[in-house]
Ligand binder design. Structure first.
Ligand code: PLP
Length: 385
């Protein structure tokens, strides 16, 4: 089976892991953690980074740090992985689901501007931004850099400023991406969160990081995620989290980060080849690739015109039969049991796009002949439809 996405651990990963064992630095205090944070901050174009146990805990900590709390609403594109919405729910808040823009498949700023203008008001006494129908405070905007492509951050951060809403970017799979030549941690969000889960371009096995430019906010994130401990003794000044990355995870992460440019370049090369070869099929649309951005190309694949859900299931089964680990992609949040009642816009784009996405093998070490085989099989299956 040609897998969908497996890590390449052929650099210094095992040496660095051995170093952890030899030195007994296996927990959250250790030199690889500090080094990993520096490497991630630098690659993201941010001032500083905090290394964490996962992308989900990173999002939870970031939202908590900017004050998202019980009963709040957080703006979120419905088309995302459920972890983005779960992090909001872990704060006791609820996502306010906005559709995606058809050009990028990321949070639609024009639609959001309309929704903020027509569906919110400023509370008379509190001066907070209130969502009129639910009476909830709108507390933050969380764009998602879908598939490693940055969201349209300029209009989103402008809306954030206009309405006094912090922008927390879910950049889970976007390390290595750029928008207008700027790296993904320097696009105006107060905090950007990455995942280093096993299927990401850079992995720590599991892991996450928060990057930002605001020293105080980063210090607060570090404090919150280290059980809010004050000093050397057992004093804690609030309810904190045990969310820090271990030295073992960071050891793998440092070895991966040493190869970040080549790992991202491999992902981009794979995407480009699929795009070139498969876009010749009449029913094939490539993933969004706007001219202002360089996507980190986390996953590769395409959007298939006119395919019904049963036909998609059959196609996936046929691909599996041929030894190809193809997969569908995210189901939007309003289709998910926990978020069916979340307030939302019409989801015209998310509903149209989500059921037609096919992701194809895109491990960084996918060989040319493996990719050629995948292309041939996809071509033949789609030509026979
Ligand atoms: C958009 C998005 N947000 C958050 C996450 C959660 O990251 P983690 O699996 O590290 O908790 C993922 C993971 O795939 C993701 O794709």
């Amino acid at each position: 089976m040609i897998p969908l996405a497996v890590p390449d651990l052929t650099g210094n990963e095992s040496n660095y892991l051995q170093e952890c064992i030899t030195t007994t630095f296996v927990s959250s205090t250790g030199p690889f953690v500090n080094r990993f944070e520096q490497m991630v901050a630098q690659a993201a174009g941010s001032l500083d980074a905090v290394a964490l146990s996962s992308g989900t805990t990173g999002l939870h900590a970031a939202l908590t740090a900017v004050g998202v709390g019980h009963g709040d609403l957080v703006v979120l594109p419905a088309f995302t992985f459920i972890a983005s919405a779960n992090a909001i729910a872990h704060c006791g808040a609820m996502p306010w689901l906005v559709d995606i823009d058809p050009q990028r498949w990321t949070l639609d700023p024009t639609l959001l501007a309309e929704m903020l203008a027509t569906e919110t008001e400023t509370g008379r006494q509190s001066k907070q931004l209130i969502h009129r129908v639910t009476g909830r405070r709108v507390a933050a905007i969380m764009p998602v850099h879908t598939l490693g492509l940055p969201a349209a951050m300029a209009p989103l951060t402008e809306l954030g400023q206009q309405y006094g809403l912090p922008v927390i970017a879910d950049g889970a799979a976007a390390l290595g991406a750029q928008l207008n030549g700027q790296p993904v941690g320097n696009l105006g969000a107060v905090l950007t969160v990455f995942s280093f889960n096993g299927n990401k371009t850079v992995t720590c096995g599991g892991g996450g990081a928060i990057v930002g430019h605001d020293r105080n906010l980063i210090a607060l994130v570090r404090h919150l995620t280290t059980t809010a401990r004050c000093g050397e003794e057992y004093d804690h000044d609030r309810v904190g989290f045990n969310y820090r990355m271990t030295n073992l995870q960071a050891a793998v992460g440092c070895a991966q980060m040493e190869r970040l440019p080549s790992l991202v370049a491999a992902k981009q090369r794979i995407r480009q080849r699929y795009d070139q070869e498969l876009s010749q099929l009449p029913s094939w649309q490539t993933f969004p690739s706007p001219a202002d951005s360089s996507s980190a190309c986390w996953f590769s694949g395409g959007l298939i015109d006119g395919i019904s859900p049963p036909q998609m299931r059959q196609l996936l089964a046929d691909l599996r039969e041929a030894g190809i680990g193809a997969r569908p992609f995210w189901k939007p949040m309003h289709w998910q049991q926990p978020y069916r009642e979340a307030p939302r816009s019409e989801q015209t784009v998310a509903d149209a796009v989500a059921p037609r996405i096919l992701t194809l093998p895109c491990s960084v070490n996918l060989t040319e002949s493996e990719q050629e085989y995948v292309i041939e099989v996809v071509r033949s299956l789609l030509s026979n439809r």
